[in-house]
Design a protein around this ligand. Structure first.
Ligand SMILES: [Zn+2]
Ligand SMILES: [Zn+2]
Length: 257
């Protein structure tokens, strides 16, 4: 089966994510953009994953659970799971390790847990943009032990990336590298192709951005095991930049609601 997958999405639980980014709204917008596989990757938390699972199942969308962990080095790392229990275990470990800084919703933004019906069920107390007490190397080992995949985020960006924080991409046991939606995939200026499989995602914090970049995979099933096998083969998943098409589709949708 062909999966068109945007695997980097922030919900209203991320302090910088829009309040309208409920799991339900994300899934509906992704379907409008023609995506059929998604991953929710809030900063340092997975507490919207139960609603995520419910909504994705209701709409019949393939989905992964994720966390975008901010490591001790302040590098963002995407961690993916296909089991809710596993991502909630990582959530617990990461949250316990965060600095004891209380979120200030006025200054930093809301961090709300919602259910599948978009009702607010609670707020996360600690500020979720802090650095977890796990290094890149330790996190990679931990996530693999929990049965997940490890993909450093937006390695081309000049903030919160391996390249910005370390100045290089270490030889850890990553499953792929992610490049941002601004990276020129054709010219590949960082010469990443061939070192690791490359993923590219929208990193959407607003509904408008969902699906502006996505990956196309041909897989029997959208599971961590199948993705692992694909990412560790030599061939690259096909990456698509279609900010234009998505914009056009959105305008059409607005004209013909
Ligand atoms: Zn990030
Ligand atoms: Zn992100």
């Amino acid at each position: 089966m062909i999966f068109r997958a945007d695997l980097h999405l922030h919900s209203c639980l991320s302090p910088c994510g829009g309040l309208d980014m409920s799991p339900s709204a994300i899934v509906q917008r992704a379907r409008e953009c023609g995506l059929n596989a998604l991953a929710l990757t809030d900063h340092n938390t997975a507490r919207n994953s139960p609603a995520w699972q419910e909504v994705c199942r209701a709409y019949g969308l393939a989905h992964l659970f994720g966390i975008e962990v901010n490591t001790t080095e302040e590098a963002h790392i995407l961690c993916y799971f296909d089991q809710l229990e596993a991502v909630m275990e990582l959530d617990r470990l990461i949250y316990d390790s965060l600095p004891n800084v209380r979120n200030d919703p006025v200054r930093f933004g809301d961090q709300v847990i919602v259910n599948a019906e978009e009702e607010i069920e609670g707020e996360v107390e600690k500020y979720l943009h802090g650095a977890a007490a796990y290094s890149v190397g330790d996190l990679t080992v931990l996530v693999h032990e929990l049965g997940g995949l490890v993909v450093p985020s937006h390695v081309d960006r000049d903030a919160f990336s391996l390249t910005s924080q370390l100045g290089f991409i270490p030889e850890d046991d990553f499953d792929a590298l992610e490049v941002s939606r601004h990276y020129d995939l054709e010219s590949d200026p960082l010469s990443l192709r061939g070192r690791y499989a490359m993923l590219t995602n929208s990193d959407a914090h607003t509904l408008d951005s969902i699906g502006t970049r996505f990956n196309t995979f041909e897989l029997e099933a959208f599971t961590v095991e199948a993705l692992y096998a694909l990412l560790h083969r030599e061939q690259q998943p096909e990456a698509t930049d279609r900010s234009d098409q998505c914009e056009r589709q959105k305008r059409e949708t607005h004209r013909h609601p």
